[in-house]
Design a binder for this molecule. Structure first.
Ligand code: ADP
Ligand code: MG
Length: 411
């Protein structure tokens, strides 16, 4: 069932409750005020509606309002119904008061128990606009009547209304915050579930694809040797197969089961290892990689393979951003005693803020042969290690990637 449909059902439930209570309270309040109370207090003489007003005609009007409300519910235009009832009531009541008191010396004495009800029940629609209209409508009615009838007595009902409005406002804000939190939790759970399914699918498919891909690559290479006249096409084929392989390898990291081998490792060893792998490729592009590690670096508890993957992805990106050569600095420092910060600083193309914001999105790449998965995987691994990654970059000047990792226990 879609969200709009569920919300409509909720509104209908709230409306049913609202309409039944509104009419019951409205009529009961009138009966008590105009019949029961005068009869008990003053004998039979004062029974009935005040002179000059709509009197009994009030009821056909209110009944008409109910018919209009039912018409709109039937027409599936339900969100408007509460406004119709409220504005209709305020309008009828206002006319009634003017007819009774305007131009007379009668002391102003009006109000229906339905008004506190309107305030206190306004949160059931979980709608701030409706609450504002109710508050302004009722307070405004008394204010305008007070001015028109020169009746300072309206201050009393106004103060009462403001108190009710405060209570209703607190309830409404709580309701809204509660609904919001539940909605967010639900969305997060859905997202996590989606990722888990994607991860599982990715690993299964990746496993299935890898083997045929390897033989495909082998045969293509063989064909390349057999047909040197088409070497150009075969090179492209091999390159594309390698790209598929890269995508598949990176996707596999996503779906790995949660159980990792967290053991204590020296971050320096991991960094030296990664640098040794990429050094040759870097040299081909005229890139040197220098290291600046502080002497006393604490060991970190991590999954060694994954940590290597993290720095491999980041240093590879640094190399790929410097087609014209240059120097990459890999720094490792200890901060505040409980964090190790590794920085990879390149002199590459750099990025504008817009690009930095997109980094880590699946398949976001600016490279012709890129997968756009490297940093997404990196973020995921770091998240599992309770680490963080941050980018500082200037277009045309270079990029600094800071990776923070906690020292000590990792759950
Ligand atoms: P890929 O390397 O396959 O493109 P990544 O997720 O590793 O995917 O990186 C995504 C994008 O982020 C890259 O295409 C590039 O535009 C940008 N990027 C990442 N690191 C750097 C860097 N050091 N310098 C400039 N751009 C970078
Ligand atoms: Mg990359």
């Amino acid at each position: 069932m879609d969200k709009a449909h569920i919300l409509i059902q909720e509104e209908v439930k709230a409306l049913k409750l609202f309409l039944s209570l509104f009419y019951v309270i409205f009529f009961l309040s009138d009966i008590l005020y105009y019949y029961f109370y005068p009869k008990v207090e003053m004998g039979d003489s004062d029974i009935g509606f005040p002179e000059g007003g709509l009197g009994f005609w009030m009821y056909p009007f209110m009944f008409l309002l109910l018919l209009i409300a039912i018409y709109f519910i039937k027409k599936k235009n339900i969100y408007i119904v509460k406004y119709i009832i409220f504005i209709g009531y305020i309008f009828i009541d206002f006319i009634d008061n003017i007819m009774i008191y305007y131009g007379t010396t009668k002391p102003f004495d009006s109000g229906n128990a339905v008004e506190p009800f309107l305030f206190l029940f306004s949160p059931i629609f979980v709608n701030k606009r409706y609450f504002r209209i109710v508050s302004l409508g009722i307070v405004g009615k008394y204010a305008v009547l007070g001015i028109m009838l020169h009746a300072p007595i309206v201050i009393g009902p106004i103060v009462l209304c403001v108190s009710f409005a405060t209570i209703a406002f607190i309830l409404l804000t709580r309701f809204q915050s509660y609904v919001c939190t539940i909605e967010n939790m639900f969305e997060e759970a859905q997202q996590a579930e989606k990722l888990a399914v994607i991860g599982k699918m990715a690993t299964t498919i990746a496993h299935e694809i890898r083997n045929p891909l390897t033989s495909l690559k082998g045969f293509t290479q063989m064909q390349r040797e057999k047909h040197p006249e088409d070497v150009e096409y075969y090179n492209i084929m091999v390159q594309e197969i390698e790209r598929m392989n890269a995508i598949v390898s990176e996707l596999m990291v996503l779906g790995k089961p949660k159980k990792r081998h967290y053991t204590l490792h020296n971050i320096k060893d991991i960094l030296y290892y990664v640098i040794s792998i990429v050094e040759q490729t870097a040299a081909q592009y005229g890139i040197t990689i220098s290291t600046m590690f502080v002497k006393e670096l604490p060991s970190i508890k991590c999954d060694e393979k994954q940590m290597k993957q993290v720095f491999l992805n980041i240093i590879k990106n640094a190399i790929e951003s410097m087609p014209g050569g240059g120097n990459i600095i890999v720094e490792a420092n200890r901060v505040h005693g409980d964090e190790v910060v590794v920085s990879v600083i390149d002199e590459g193309c750099g990025m504008e803020q817009e690009k930095i914001d997109k980094i880590g999105e699946a398949f976001y790449t600016t490279k012709e042969n890129g997968t756009g998965l490297g940093l997404m995987v990196t973020y995921k691994i770091l998240e599992e290690h309770q680490g963080e990654m941050e980018f500082q970059s200037r277009l045309g000047i270079g990029t600094k990637v800071n990776i923070k990792l906690p020292v000590g226990e990792v759950n």
